[in-house]
Design a protein around this ligand. Structure first.
Ligand code: GCU
Length: 432
């Protein structure tokens, strides 16, 4: 065969093979799975057996196992949260006595990092119900696009921090525009929360670290932790999720100083990636009274070993900055992970936990989230509590459980009024 024809043929064969592989997802993003038949058998690590093989039978044993699990999650999944104390200043930048037509007192507080003047502060937005018992129990949660986009009030300053352009016209050159005002108001029914007697405390997650691959350079990880080894293949440095969780604890630090807020009754709510961070914050920071995971999915409430929806490999590939370097070494061998997510949820025990899914959000794996909540049960039992207390996956829009609750609502990946109705009831019954 003529030499050039030979090369041409070879070239076409290679291109063909490559595109075929891309079609099957081998060369492109790692695959995900929506076929229950392909999930296979599930063998989970035993929550109540230590690495050394000791069976946990008492609360004292559990205290040691709990410490071990915290360390395993830090080393393998989220990275180690720097333990060093950071000096903070809480600067109240505005108080509005008659916010939301007189329903609330609104405060804006900057959490300033005294030792790191180059780091911008965390801007906290606080609504305290006027006609309610003081101090008020609190719903706390980070938001996705700036305080101005969750409040209906037009005088909340636009966030000046990095925002994702993918959100649409609402941002230009990674900065929020006026068009983003109120954009996610629907996800935060502030009036309803206030009328039920709760305060709301929120801040933009990007104030702690902008959510992109090099966002760490302008966030808290630029000054805390060993960033020089960032994302190395074996490192246990904290990722963005660890940083956001750390930020939630700094907001807790503030809440403890505000006499209008009841720091012993703080319910931490997080959606999606912020839900992953909320669970990680809740397990590390026992000042947090209860945790709500709204569709946190992979790396949140969903079991990692259950090969359904998003996978460990997929989340690590799409968002390499979220988790620790070592987590990526489990991409192709999830069964070797020394932990699974039911063990993370168990670390919330004995505190109340709510895990919520949406039927239209199969990416987060509703069944895997339910199973995560279900298999946390033995930890609650050690405290004489019933966790979920049911073993069958509930029908749509049915809130089940006791100290641990679960629902799978109709609709897409979102936070809806249905979700909030369940969270408010959960808080009324278990936190007040
Ligand atoms: C992506 C990601 C999820 C994440 C979600 C979100 O879909 O794959 O893991 O939970 O974004 O944060 O909205």
């Amino acid at each position: 065969m003529n030499r050039s024809i030979h090369w041409l043929l070879l070239y076409f064969l290679v291109i063909q093979a490559a595109t075929a592989q891309t079609r099957t997802g081998v060369l492109a993003e790692p695959v995900y799975n929506y076929d229950e038949a392909k999930v296979g058998d599930l063998t989970l690590p035993d929550l109540l057996r230590t690495t050394a093989g000791k069976q946990v039978t008492s609360r004292a044993d559990w205290a040691a196992r709990r410490a071990e699990l915290l360390q395993l999650f830090a080393e393998n999944v989220y990275g180690k949260t720097p333990a060093q104390p950071v000096r903070l200043q809480f600067q109240t930048t505005s108080i509005q006595q008659n916010a939301l037509n007189g329903l609330a007192i609104r405060k804006q507080v900057s959490i300033v990092f005294t030792d790191y003047p180059k780091l911008p502060p965390i801007e906290v937005l606080i609504y305290v119900p006027k006609n309610a018992a003081k101090p008020a129990p609190v719903f706390m949660g980070l938001n996705f696009c700036g305080n101005h986009c969750v409040s209906p009030e037009a005088d909340i300053p636009l966030s000046t921090r990095w925002v994702d352009n993918a959100i649409g016209e609402v941002s230009v050159n990674n900065r929020a525009t006026e068009k983003s005002r109120g954009m996610q108001e629907r996800r935060w029914p502030i009036d309803t929360i206030l009328k039920r007697g709760y305060a709301l405390v929120t801040a933009y997650y990007g104030d702690i670290e902008p959510d992109h691959k090099t966002g760490w350079r302008s966030g808290i990880r630029s000054v805390l932790g060993d960033t020089a080894r960032y994302n190395g293949p074996q490192d246990s440095q904290w990722g963005a999720i660890g940083a956001w969780a750390w930020g939630m604890s700094r907001i807790m630090d503030y809440i403890q100083t505000d006499p209008a807020l009841d720091a012993r009754r703080v319910v931490l709510m997080g959606h999606s990636r912020i839900g992953k961070a909320a669970v990680w914050a809740g397990v590390q920071d026992e000042r947090i009274a209860a945790v709500i995971s709204n569709e946190s999915g992979e790396g949140g409430a969903a079991l990692s070993r259950r090969w359904y929806g998003e996978t460990v490999e997929r989340v690590n590939t799409s968002f390499p900055h979220w988790f620790t370097g070592r987590y990526k070494t489990f991409n192709q061998r999830v069964a070797d992970l020394p932990v699974d997510q039911h063990e993370l949820l168990a670390l919330v025990a004995p505190r109340p936990l709510y895990v919520a899914s949406a039927d239209g959000d199969q990416w987060s794996d509703p069944k895997g989230e339910f199973m995560g909540a279900l298999y946390a049960e033995p930890a609650y039992k050690l405290y004489g509590k019933t966790g979920l207390g049911v073993t069958t996956f509930p029908g749509l829009n049915q809130s089940v459980g006791q100290t641990v609750r679960y629902h799978n609502r109709t609709g897409k990946h979102d936070v809806t009024n249905y979700d909030w109705a369940q969270y408010l009831r959960f808080a009324d019954e278990l936190v007040r």
